[in-house]
Design a protein around this ligand. Structure first.
Ligand SMILES: [Zn+2]
Length: 63
Protein backbone atom coordinates (compact mmCIF):
# COMPACT_ATOMS: atom_id res chain seq x y z
CA UNK A 1 0.00 0.00 0.00
CA UNK A 2 1.85 3.03 -1.29
CA UNK A 3 -0.40 5.45 0.56
CA UNK A 4 0.47 3.82 3.86
CA UNK A 5 4.16 4.19 3.18
CA UNK A 6 3.73 7.84 2.25
CA UNK A 7 1.60 8.52 5.31
CA UNK A 8 4.26 7.00 7.55
CA UNK A 9 6.96 9.04 5.89
CA UNK A 10 4.89 12.16 6.31
CA UNK A 11 4.38 11.54 10.02
CA UNK A 12 8.08 10.80 10.36
CA UNK A 13 9.00 14.09 8.69
CA UNK A 14 6.38 15.95 10.69
CA UNK A 15 7.98 14.68 13.87
CA UNK A 16 11.34 16.06 12.73
CA UNK A 17 9.72 19.37 11.83
CA UNK A 18 7.69 19.79 14.99
CA UNK A 19 10.09 18.36 17.57
CA UNK A 20 13.32 19.53 15.90
CA UNK A 21 14.94 16.23 16.69
CA UNK A 22 17.06 13.98 14.51
CA UNK A 23 16.35 10.28 14.08
CA UNK A 24 18.38 9.22 17.10
CA UNK A 25 16.58 11.73 19.31
CA UNK A 26 13.17 10.81 17.90
CA UNK A 27 13.80 7.13 18.58
CA UNK A 28 14.63 8.01 22.16
CA UNK A 29 11.56 10.25 22.50
CA UNK A 30 9.28 7.52 21.15
CA UNK A 31 10.93 4.81 23.24
CA UNK A 32 12.14 2.89 20.20
CA UNK A 33 15.05 0.52 20.57
CA UNK A 34 17.56 1.03 17.76
CA UNK A 35 19.32 -2.28 17.10
CA UNK A 36 23.08 -2.35 17.43
CA UNK A 37 24.53 -1.40 14.06
CA UNK A 38 21.07 -0.42 12.84
CA UNK A 39 19.96 3.08 12.05
CA UNK A 40 17.35 5.08 13.90
CA UNK A 41 15.49 6.14 10.76
CA UNK A 42 14.76 2.52 9.83
CA UNK A 43 13.85 1.68 13.40
CA UNK A 44 11.33 4.54 13.44
CA UNK A 45 9.87 3.42 10.09
CA UNK A 46 9.53 -0.15 11.37
CA UNK A 47 7.87 1.18 14.50
CA UNK A 48 5.19 2.98 12.46
CA UNK A 49 4.78 -0.07 10.24
CA UNK A 50 4.10 -2.20 13.27
CA UNK A 51 1.38 0.06 14.59
CA UNK A 52 3.76 1.99 16.84
CA UNK A 53 5.20 -1.11 18.47
CA UNK A 54 8.84 -1.74 19.05
CA UNK A 55 9.85 -4.37 16.50
CA UNK A 56 12.94 -5.24 18.46
CA UNK A 57 10.73 -6.79 21.06
CA UNK A 58 9.75 -9.30 18.39
CA UNK A 59 6.11 -10.15 18.17
CA UNK A 60 4.40 -11.84 15.27
CA UNK A 61 4.37 -9.62 12.21
CA UNK A 62 0.88 -8.71 11.16
CA UNK A 63 1.30 -6.41 8.23
ZN1 LIG B 1 14.10 10.66 10.12
Amino acid sequence: MAEDVQARLLVHEMLHATLHQNDDELAKTLGITVPTGGDASTAISDWFKNGCRDTNQKQEETD
